[in-house]
Design a protein around this ligand. Structure first.
Ligand code: SF4
Length: 363
């Protein structure tokens, strides 16, 4: 299939792997920020193909996984308000909060609906003018512009029953937080492909400048990822860290100005709570005061009670790259995709789900 086969060509993959092997002298650990990359790396068996000098470690790039329990609990409490319809992407449904999930809230009578886009949520609001429709805004810079566009559309259409609970997060500050914490030694970052189509590859220039760490932005096919790894090995070995755009068919240095413009019009940057990272300055998106009437956090104040983390779950450590899923005592034992204990096993982008699906059964 054109546009896919050319990025899965086994001969080219072998050549890239030979290049990596030939150039890689120092032992390095690279973090793939993005959960989509984690799944692609596992699906194509790339970890096993790389030379022993190159280790890949999953990062916090799964928006469902990094949603803090306290925020999830608020969303569940809001969904239980009579007259509220909570619209959410499917991945959030089964994530366990302190006292249940959106799915259990639905079983208890809350009106929780899975949508595939914000357009679906807007349509639900139009179809149910006497109910309040809250869209659960979970995602990174890739999703935020579409949510911003939905707010502008609701405003233009005079919809007064559409709200957003904005739990959006920004990826560069989280990467900074991991490097600042210094818990895990990283020689390079594989930049998230989809996010970087929006924010642009220049957004990662702080990595070589402030941390001396190279970054290569990658797409999601095996050759994209191997090219990024090869570029980072070369930068490490030459001692010249920089930012390489190994996804030039999707990413421009300046990003997508239209998407950024819509996002900045509706949202302002603020602190956000991340699972595993805690409160990270300038890493969240809140609605600007001009759009406060769409803000579910203001319209539906709730007190969900004290937060309780799932006992024994090491999602926070997995998201910081400090441990890998098999290091969690619950992995494959009490925690499985059918009975997930933590979000990293629920989400299609979660590292625990990737290890469970593609990893070795005896780890
Ligand atoms: Fe949490 Fe389950 Fe992953 Fe352990 S295996 S860190 S319990 S999601």
């Amino acid at each position: 299939m054109k546009y896919i086969d050319e990025f899965r060509d086994p001969q080219l993959a072998r050549k890239l792997l030979a290049d990596i092997q030939a150039h890689s002298k120092q032992r390095v650990r690279f973090m793939e920020f993005c959960g989509g990359h984690t799944h692609a790396i596992f699906r194509h068996g790339l970890r096993q193909m790389l030379p022993p000098t190159v280790e890949l470690r999953s990062g916090p790039g799964c928006p469902v996984c990094v949603t803090a329990s306290t925020d999830l609990d608020r969303a569940i409490a809001m969904a239980k308000n009579p007259g509220v319809i909570m619209a959410t992407f499917g991945d959030m449904l089964k994530v366990p909060g302190s006292y249940g999930s959106l799915q259990t809230a639905r079983a208890e009578g809350a009106d929780v609906r899975v949508v595939y886009s914000t357009l679906d949520a807007l349509q639900i609001a139009r179809d149910h003018p006497k109910q309040a429709v809250i869209f659960l805004g979970v995602g990174f810079e890739t999703t935020a512009p579409t949510i911003a566009a939905s707010i502008l559309e609701a405003e233009a259409g005079g919809l007064d029953n559409f709200y957003v609970l904005s739990l959006h997060k920004l990826t560069p500050p989280a990467t900074r937080a991991i490097l600042d914490a210094g818990e895990v030694r990283l020689a390079g970052i594989i930049g998230p492909g989809h996010v970087t189509t929006v924010i642009g590859s220049r957004a990662w220039e702080f990595l070589p400048r402030d941390y001396g760490v190279p970054c290569a932005v990658a797409g999601f096919e095996p050759l994209d990822i191997l090219r990024a790894v090869a570029a980072m090995v070369e930068m490490v070995e030459s001692g010249q860290p920089g930012v390489v755009n190994a996804y030039s068919r999707g990413v421009r240095p300046e990003g997508n100005r239209t998407a950024l413009g819509i996002m900045r019009r509706v949202f302002e940057v603020g602190e956000a709570e991340w699972r595993g990272l805690g409160r990270v300055p300038a890493s969240g998106l809140a609605l600007r005061p001009e759009y406060a009437r769409f803000d579910a956090a203001l319209a539906f104040p709730v007190d969900p009670g004290p937060t309780r983390e799932p006992a024994g779950c090491r999602c926070g450590d997995v998201l910081r790259g400090v441990v890998e899923p098999p290091d969690c005592p619950l992995f494959r034992r009490t925690c499985t995709p059918a009975q997930p204990v933590g979000p990293c096993m629920v989400s299609a982008e979660g590292a625990c789900a990737a290890w469970y699906r593609y990893g070795e059964a005896d780890v």
